[in-house]
Design a protein around this ligand. Structure first.
Ligand SMILES: C[S@@+](CC[C@H](N)C(=O)[O-])C[C@H]1O[C@@H](n2cnc3c(N)ncnc32)[C@H](O)[C@@H]1O
Length: 212
């Protein structure tokens, strides 16, 4: 990883996503049982897991981000702000495209602003399907391609400039179709323009996909 990816991007991410705290709370507080968060980044969601979770496993390819997530965990624990005991959180360096977990071993998967960035999204969606138990849910909050109009044109235009600036993030992924193609049933979905996100990436999907 480069200096920019390790030392600048993680902080830029917190600033760029400062407005989505309430959305994070709404999504993450629903996670239950054994939970896997894919691309956990610097651990921005860690404060929002509730006692409904019995274990939170976070996987992330950037080791500098994992270190930051671990520091965040320590700080939250010292402030008494973690819902679970420290040993119920497990942070790991690794890729969403090759999950080092057993089949049918998680109750919930969290996909939070990550399918924009994963290089091989088809494989990652299949991996998420594989490790979830039948009936297990993906809780997703993803920014996606706009439904049409000028925003969609601008996303296409700016994507090549945006990608290197945002460490591989695409402005125009079709993540809903991706989940369906991997075999998930979409049980609930809101497709909205997030008022607190920068307009080029404010088209978001929020909801639940179930392993059938
Ligand atoms: C926009 S950041 C979001 C981080 C975090 N999910 C959040 O909500 O703040 C995208 C994350 O996807 C991670 N990522 C990139 N490639 C990945 C892969 N192959 N598997 C899992 N995560 C990946 C990046 O390292 C980065 O942490």
């Amino acid at each position: 990883m480069s200096f920019y990816e390790d030392k600048i991007f993680p902080y830029a991410l917190d600033i760029a996503l400062a407005g989505v705290k309430q959305t994070r709370i709404d999504v993450i507080s629903q996670a239950q049982g054994r939970v896997l968060e894919i691309g956990i980044g610097n651990g921005a969601n860690l404060p929002f897991y509730s006692k409904k979770a019995t274990e939170v496993v976070g996987i992330e390819p950037c080791s500098a981000m994992v270190d930051m997530a671990a520091e965040r965990l320590e700080k939250l624990a010292s402030q008494g702000e973690l819902a679970l005991e420290m040993d119920q959180y497990n942070l790991q360096v690794g890729s969403g495209e090759a999950l080092p977990y057993e089949n049918d071993s998680f109750d919930t998967a969290v996909a939070c602003l990550v399918f924009c960035t994963i290089p091989n999204t088809e494989i990652a969606a299949q991996e998420m399907y594989r490790v979830l138990k039948p009936g297990g849910k993906v809780l997703f909050f993803e920014h996606v391609q706009a439904s049409g109009g000028m925003k969609r044109t601008l996303q296409k235009l700016f994507n090549p400039i945006w990608k290197p600036l945002a460490c591989g993030c695409h402005l125009n992924r079709d993540t809903k179709s991706l989940f369906k193609d991997a075999g998930f049933r979409i049980d609930s979905i809101e497709e909205v323009d997030h008022p607190k996100m920068f307009p080029l990436f404010s088209s978001v999907i929020l909801g639940e996909a179930v392993k059938v």
